[in-house]
Design a protein around this ligand. Structure first.
Ligand SMILES: Cc1cc2nc3c(=O)[nH]c(=O)nc-3n(C[C@H](O)[C@H](O)[C@H](O)COP(=O)(O)OP(=O)(O)OC[C@H]3O[C@@H](n4cnc5c(N)ncnc54)[C@H](O)[C@@H]3O)c2cc1C
Length: 491
């Protein structure tokens, strides 16, 4: 069967592109290498508890939030129930060396007030810093419908680093900790990430913070129902091995099984580092392909899934960042495990409605487990023992940061190899190709007519970043004015 649009990858960006294109009347097919749609985000059940895998919370969906109109336009707002995080402390930070615990409330005004109270000598600087983020976080194509699409992203490439920006607070290392901890949500160290990228990601959470009832699975189910309603097809275990080209234009794809499927446009949402592997020789310029191959990736991670004997108040509608020493965050992926920062959140409810699942995420490097990789989903001996050792150490780190976890039962551990196999991201990069200062991530429009790119490498990671990326990509196909006009009716 011939399609108008083929989308490679059924992650958040692929599903969003599919929805926008199918709604415009195109015949759309989504191809996913994994056995189920959205392998990164859909989560899983263990010991009777639903665990989220690649989605915990989202920013910018509160009243007046710049993400709200897109959520409504996609139809997600009508299908999902959002739960607000704790307004007095949506994210908390524990600094192990001092034992100090701080909370960030929801809302720019509330954060300014809280921080000014704690650091009165820096009140003016804090206001200036947060005012800039408040203005900047939504100055992004499709969040702000007037932003010029042609030069989006440049500030993230050329701007001041987050670390430099936080120099002004060097007299208050705890403040630097609080204002840099969200770098774990984009996977690039503050020394290499722009203050603008941090504003885009952290700023959305400063504005408003919600979880989705039913977690990532409910989010994906909502997408699938919407796609079903517009007649889009999805095929899993369908790995794209090659793009097809005819007369200088995309003409379809060939799957790993040898099947060829025709389409007049292909939207590639996989990690862009993988694109050169599926482009037949001579179609795209070698310099462009080299640039894609060399894109730097975000850190990887260990993700520990566990169960407590009773619900944990400390993680009720909030997450906990744990840092060993106060100061600007580093992922610390190169440090010994016990010196790294980590992130702790609760999972969904068990059958009795109690929240007893725990997810702990600790930055990691691919090199720590690469010796156990024999290929996709295949591990050499010693891997299970390595996982057990790492899981025990991570549990100790989590208990140090949150003593209420002393009776945590370890259920499983995902490693950089797990992350690699679910998304195919090189080195198990947690957020794919990173947004580093000095790195030009690819534009959605390529020189091959009919080939477009989307995904977290284009705009930013996360639900918000990937949805924005999908709008930028689909706007390049359908016309930005058309999409922006539709969104205006959802404000
Ligand atoms: C542990 C973790 C926690 C997170 N927490 C949050 C959170 O709380 N809030 C938030 O907003 N975001 C969170 N994120 C980030 C968010 O999950 C990602 O930014 C987002 O899922 C990326 O979507 P994507 O579509 O760009 O990429 P992906 O989901 O990686 O989609 C690309 C898809 O392409 C498929 N693919 C690759 N190559 C091929 C091929 N050749 N043929 C067919 N298919 C192919 C892959 O299997 C994959 O499914 C988290 C991520 C992780 C890993």
């Amino acid at each position: 069967m011939a399609y108008d649009s083929i989308i490679i990858g059924s992650g958040l960006s692929g599903l969003t592109c599919a929805l926008l294109l199918a709604r415009s009347g195109r015949r759309v097919l989504v191809l996913e290498q994994h056995s189920q749609p959205a392998p990164v985000v859909r989560g899983f059940r263990r010991a009777g508890i639903y665990f989220d895998s690649g989605f915990h919370y989202v920013g910018g969906l509160g009243d007046g939030g710049a993400f709200q109109p897109l959520f409504k336009h996609l139809g997600l707002a009508d299908r999902l129930t959002l739960t607000e995080y704790n307004p007095d402390g949506f994210d908390r930070l524990k600094i192990n060396s001092s034992g100090e615990i701080s909370s960030l409330p929801i809302g720019f005004a509330q954060i300014k007030e809280e921080l000014a109270q704690r650091f009165p000598a820096l009140k003016v600087e804090i206001e200036g810093y947060l005012n800039a983020i408040e203005q900047k976080w939504c100055c992004y194509p499709y969040l702000d419908l007037n932003v010029d699409i042609s030069d989006f992203g440049m500030e993230s490439v050329h701007g001041e680093s987050l670390k430099q920006r936080l120099d002004v607070f060097s007299a208050a290392p705890e403040l630097q900790s609080l204002l840099s901890m969200h770098s774990l949500l984009f996977g690039v160290d503050p020394g290499e990430a722009s203050a603008t990228l941090n504003a885009q990601v952290a700023g959305s959470y400063y504005h408003s913070v919600h979880g989705v009832d039913g977690g990532g699975k409910a989010l994906i189910d909502a997408y699938l129902a919407l796609l079903d309603g517009v007649g889009a097809d999805i095929r899993c275990q369908a790995k794209v091995e090659s793009l097809l080209e005819e007369s200088g234009q995309v003409s379809g794809v060939r799957l790993a099984c040898g099947e060829e499927i025709s389409a007049t446009e292909v939207i590639a949402t996989q990690n862009p580092t993988l694109l050169p592997q599926i482009v037949p020789e001579g179609i795209l310029r070698p310099a462009y392909l080299k640039r894609l191959k060399n894109l730097r990736q975000t850190m990887s991670a260990y993700v520990l899934f566990g169960k407590t004997s009773k619900p944990l108040d400390a993680l009720e509608r909030c997450s906990l960042f744990i840092q060993q020493q106060a100061g600007v965050f580093t992922s610390g992926a190169k440090l010994p495990l016990e010196q790294r920062s980590c992130y702790l959140t609760s999972a969904g409810e068990d059958a009795s409605g109690q929240n007893r699942g725990i997810i702990g995420i600790v930055p990691a490097g691919y090199g720590e487990v690469v010796e156990y990789s024999e290929g996709k989903n295949s591990r050499s001996s010693g891997y299970a023992e390595k996982k057990d050792l790492v899981a025990i150490k991570i549990k100790e780190m989590l208990v140090q940061g949150c003593p209420e976890l002393a009776d945590l039962e370890i259920l499983d551990l995902a490693t950089p190899l797990t992350l690699r196999d679910y998304s195919l991201a090189p080195q198990g990069a947690i957020y794919g190709a990173g947004h580093f200062i000095g790195q030009y991530n690819p534009h959605p429009v390529t020189r091959l007519p009919g080939l477009f790119l989307s995904g977290q490498a284009i705009a930013a990671p996360g639900l918000l970043g990937t949805v924005v990326a999908a709008y930028i990509t689909c706007g390049s196909i359908l016309g930005h004015e058309l999409l922006r006009g539709e969104i205006k009716t959802c404000r």
